[in-house]
Every structure is written in C-alpha cells, then in structure tokens.
Design a protein around this ligand. Sequence first.
Ligand code: 3PG
Length: 307
Amino acid sequence: MSKKVLVATVKPFDKAAVKKIEKIISEQGHESILLEKYEHLSELLKAVEDVDALIVRSDEIGAEVLDAAKNLEIVVRAGAGYDNIDLKSATEHGVIVMNTPGQNSNAVAELALGMMVYIARNCFNGKSGAELKGKKLGMHAYGNVGKCVAKIARGYGMELFAFDPYIDREVIEKDGIKCVESVEELYSTCQYISLHIPVNDKTRKSINYKLLSKMPVGATLVNTARKEIICEGSLMKIFEERDDFKYVSDVAPDCKDKIEASYKERYFFTPKKMGAQTAEANINAGVAAITQIVNFFKDGDTTFKVN
Ligand code: 3PG
C-alpha cells in the first residue's frame, strides 16, 4: 500500500541526499513530501497532518506534532542523537521512533579534529602554536563517533584513551586504545577530551568543574556532542582560573558572549550545528532513514527502534 513520507528539515539535507531519498520513495510506490527551512511550528503541524512516515534531523518532535500527525506510524531521526524527539509521547501515540546510528559519524569526527588543529594553532593568528602529535586524547564515550575520532587522531600521532562503561574493555583495547577505569582518570590523564555522550537526564550539565579542573596543562575540551551536557557555570570558572584552558564546540554555549569578550583565541564555536553537515553524511543518514522506513512498511522491520 502506498504511504506518504514527509522529509521535514529546518536544516536541509544536501540536494543530492534529497534526490536519493525521493528516488527510493517513488521506486517503492510511496509518495514524498518535502518541507525544508520551515520557520514556524504551524508549517510542520500542517505538513504532518496526513503522513504515514516522517524523516527529521534535529527538528523538535513533541506531543503537539504527534497529536497533529493522525496517521503517523514511524519517525526516523536521520542521525545519531534523538533527544529532539519526545519518545514517551511517541510511544503513547503508537509511533515507532528510530535513529540511523553511525551514518554521519565520520563527518562529525572530521570536524572534531579540524577544530582541534585550529585551536592548537591559535586560530591561525600567526603566532607559534602546538602540534597534536604526542598529545593525549581521551574519548569520553567510545561509540561510532568516538571510534572515528580515534582513528583519525591516530594518524596525527596522538596517544589514545577512552572511558565508556557501556562498552566492553576488550573492544576498546582491541583498537589499541587505553581503557581507563573512571571518568575522573580520563580527565586527569588527557590534555584533549573529545565528548561523545548523549544528552539525557543523567548527562545534562555533567561536564562540570570537578572534571574540568582535573585536566592537565594545555587542556582543550572538544564538544561535538550536545551543548546541554556542559555545566556552563563550571566552564566559565575554568576559563577564569586557567589561561591554558581552551574550548571548541559544534554550536556555541549560552555563555558565548562572555567567553568571546574575555578569552580571545581560546575558543571556537560553529555558528550553526555543522558536525553532520556534509553531502556524504546527509546521503548516508538520509538513505538509511528511508531504507528503514521502507523495510518497516514492507516487513515490519524495527531494527534501530529506540522507543
Ligand atoms: C546527530 O545527532 O546525528 C548529529 O548531532 C547531527 O545532527 P543534525 O542532523 O541536526 O546535523
């Protein structure tokens, strides 16, 4: 039976990705609807009214959207983090939620390393900077992005460490990475910490003074995860106390203006969330999302269901 699939993205996919998604939808006999760069929730509420499936990125999908989407059976977040979707409400509405883990990881990892080089070279201000070679890099969580960061960082000659209580030590060590015993040990060992934890009730504001103050001289915090995991009060305190501390982040913290005013060349923030913003990542995540939807309608396949 033909289904209506809405691709709703405030931050659009690359055109090539949209083409591929639409091609798969029409080849499977379904109908595609595209809503890009919408500015008001009302546009989304109207667009979801009669659709059976929905593909989104960081778009907020809460109870109001789920109420409006009377026929909705499945939402796929084309990406890894699904903190933008109200899972409880989706379950109450009988809607399946999936993500597409791993599909945009390389893009995010490349940005992490790019920001590290940029900040290590003093934002290319002409003054003598530092190399990444020989520095200790700690992956705070060793999922898909953490793994990609480690792989690229190895090419730079960095010494690699990881902490992830959800992944077997053997898996981490098999990749030639030192698995530390605790999160405190990770922060006290590594000059560079790359954050790869999701945001949830446990992790919100969890990167705090206690952890940051443990970092050795030459500390750089690299955040391609979510800004909400940082305790911004602690971040300001560390910036004030230590002139060696640097912070690079894919999207700015709420305290951006204060940092920019006082700590020149010790920070870099992308103006918009840019980690997954490559044609390759858009194609990978977008095609995975529509393939999962097609398989769900065809065979009831619920691999990657998160609710
Ligand atoms: C993710 O969780 O997959 C990344 O943060 C990318 O998010 P985006 O699709 O909104 O760029």
